[in-house]
Design a protein around this ligand. Sequence first.
Ligand code: NAI
Length: 717
Amino acid sequence: MAEYNRVSECVGLITLRNPPVNALSVSQGIVHTMQRALSDPNVKSVVICGQNGIFCGGADIKEFGSNMTGPTLIQMIHAIESANKPVVAAIEGSALGGGLELALGCHYRIAHSKSRLGLPEVSLGLLPAAGGSQRLPRLIGVPAALNLITTGRHVTAAEALQLGIVDQVTDHNTVDAAVKFALSVAGRSLDPRRISTHPCPQQPDLDALFEEVMQKVRQSARGAIAPIACVQAVRAAATLPYAQGIERERELMATLFTSGQARALQYCFFAERAVGRWRMPSGARWDTSKPRPVQKAAVIGLGTMGRGITVALAQTGLSVIAVETQEKQLMEAKQAISGMLERGAKRRGVAPALDRVIYSQNIQAVADVDLVIEAVFEDIALKTKVFQQLSAACKPGTLLCTNTSALDVDQLASETPNPELVVGMHFFAPAHVMKLLEVVYGPRSSPQAVATAMQLGKKMGKASVAVGNCRGFVGNRMLKPYIEEAFFLLEEGATPELVDQALEEFGFPMGVFRMSDLSGLDVGWRVRKGDGLVEPGTASGRSARIRQGRRYSPLGDLLCEEGRFGQKTGRGWYQYDKPGSRVARSDPWLHSFLGAYRAQHGLVARRIDHQEVLERCLYALINEGFHILDDGIAAGPEDIDVIYVSGYGWPRHCGGPMFYANMVGLAKVLERLEHYQQLHPEVPHLQPSSLLRRLVASGSPPIHKWEEAIKKLHSQL
Ligand code: NAI
């Protein structure tokens, strides 16, 4: 795991060897090799580096569940810091987490200009617990350390030099530079270089600083505990001697380590990787399906979505033909896309990719592209026509993708001569910002088409999840019962404020009603009209609220009839200062409207608490997730969870809806659904899914065993 050599006669060179990122395994032989270097009288100084151009990616996450690696790492780093010969870290590639903590134990740090450094433990629900929370503030000061540790952000070598994390940056061979440096400092006093032996740099008004940071962190953490523990650990560094600080770091880490949040965040880390290994019910899989190269793409329809998709493609380095039939729209789109590209380029410090986009009003311009993404109005007749035009205009083999959010991808595919080339690429608004992409395959989509869309999604930096075709795919299908429950709660006595507060305290950035105001109430209204659900609002009583054989709440329709479409009209479930304004304020009109509505329908308002809001909204959503797994629309619970965490604001520290159900306990979810179903028999989405029942009956296997259990249950049918 660690190799030892003597170089330049008197420098001991320790090379970490643990592919792929030289993670610090508990069995690491660094202490042993260090002892060898220190006991060799010919060695005057030591350099630590990593093989294959990577210093060290940190502790091995896979070992987190089995053993607390903290104490072992602490001892190892302590041994390095107390060495009586200078130890220099030669940082290439990355020094992350335990890797940076190891480097902080060294007396000097030399970094390659392309390397990146950081303490990302917070993103896994932990803190840098191998002395990192105690050494970094001592080295670079409290404010900078707080920023790095509570956000987990990575810094470039240049920023690391500016902050004082590294002593030198080189463009040349880092190990050679470190060996040269090690020779130059041999014999110098090491006391000033032992970070743990010094106090943090003086900081005026420490209490006020910590109070301010804690407030900010609490706000942005949305219920996550690790960022708060990180602040507490840095506070210990600033106020306590090192030995006591380390003890506090250990205590805080122990709490985090055993918390469900760390487990949830680590699950998300692995789930995001697992969804890349997609598989379809046909047996087609990621590792046996070769994607086609995509250099040139086209986007059809430059409205809200088409503009963002064009930007995302151009920023990925593709040439894009952007087609829009309306001249005025085309002009506006051109301006908007150029603006987005310019702002994006400025942020990333690169040249804007303006000349990668060619605009056209003519669909024939797509003749030589490798892939098309259609984003015209949500109208099946129009989309069918566009797909037929595309089939005729494109070169053979061009992949045809639709960004539809609700239409039937199979129907569209069946209207084209080559249905195997058709898949859904369901982006989320704004498409160049939002992380999620649902890649929707039908029974006739070729594995190559799915592989190509998945690879393109990955290149665009999206969390791409392959899902089967059904109404709403995975994300929106699960959202429907969640929103409906929220409407029913209003009928029964809740207010938008109460429902939103419960959901926001749970960790969603916005509750269902604030979200609905933001995206526009008219969107759902149009869909419900299309489904034949909307009726004039004059009818009253229970029968007026049963439509198509199930409970229906017309509340959203009634608001739309009043012209209340949300933020865009300045009124919705809340009121806003003016149309387009974002600050939601409670609206007395809405409250009296709800009162009048209940009276009209003979409903008596009752007290509803946060627990009921969470159980009804979240368990209804989770229940739909079980239906989706049972139907094979999502291959596994990770797919659903990644969709919800990256596209729907589900708090990452709760792991996604299916992980959350697993954590709460499947039997409990089932029992609560049964309870609510008895109270509301006219609500089918509260009827527990048969998969949930069967999983509970088979002993509620842990989430990583669900897929296997589902296969077994299906084979028994
Ligand atoms: P939009 O109404 O903003 O834009 C549609 C654009 O397509 C318009 O500029 C229109 O002039 C253009 N267009 C119409 N027929 C055309 C043709 N034959 N050739 C070229 N351009 C044509 O619509 P939006 O919101 O961008 O939605 C587009 C699609 O994306 C829809 O299918 C929608 O369901 C889906 N979607 C929308 C999301 C959203 O949040 N707005 C989210 C995810 C998917």
